[in-house]
Design a protein around this ligand. Sequence first.
Ligand code: PEP
Length: 258
Amino acid sequence: MRTPLVAGNWKMNMTVEAARSLVYAMSASLRDIRGVEMVLCPPFTALLAVQALLEGSDIGLGAQNMHWQEKGAFTGEVSPSMVRELCRYVILGHSERRSLFGETDETANRRARAAEKADLTPIFCVGETLQEYESGRTSEVVGRQIRLGLAGLQPASAPRIVVAYEPVWAIGTGRASSAKAANDVVGQVIRPALGGLFGMEVAQAIRVLYGGSVTSANAGEYFACKEIDGALVGGASLKPDEFVAITRHAAGTQSASG
Ligand code: PEP
């Protein structure tokens, strides 16, 4: 049994004050939810404030990126141990990093290895672009992103890895993948690729999330899928009621009225 995980990617949103308000608005409800690992990923500037508010709860904290080097002349970057001081999780290889900031399979892999060394849980994102999707290259692209991005990690530490399958065409567009299609990619491409790296037993233990326009209205469909173990949520994670409702779906405790 894999414990479901729901993570909120706040992206470049929320000043410190706004971040505090968002956490206030949802933490009491989130604290009542059982059986789901929950993670909030604010921007770097709000990590400390959010960490203070989450103290004593089971709600985890994650960064949205980090550099692979420990220290040095890397202006504007944040190191693994800086992240680890505050967080247990770190989002890596997000498609916005890949498409807007030059992230490659190789640099995502350096970050993933650095996360392992720093005892951080990576939420490692993969997914095909619209063009790749339309030209029938999803399996090739996603398989490659897993094989290259997670190469060299140790099978012993691999069960803690979290993978997020996020079709790029579904992120922030309102055009979510069908649950069946996402489940097929996870079951037929991602888990076998993880199996090739770490062995099938370890691959079965790794949580694979779906991400891309998840809302409280569609979340239940993904969580009902055998291969999907939760969600990486962008836009809807900024709306407290939505994020709580999505997380309740993951716990299987969402009321019919929502
Ligand atoms: C994301 O940024 O990882 C994401 C899935 O965004 P959204 O939920 O807004 O599509």
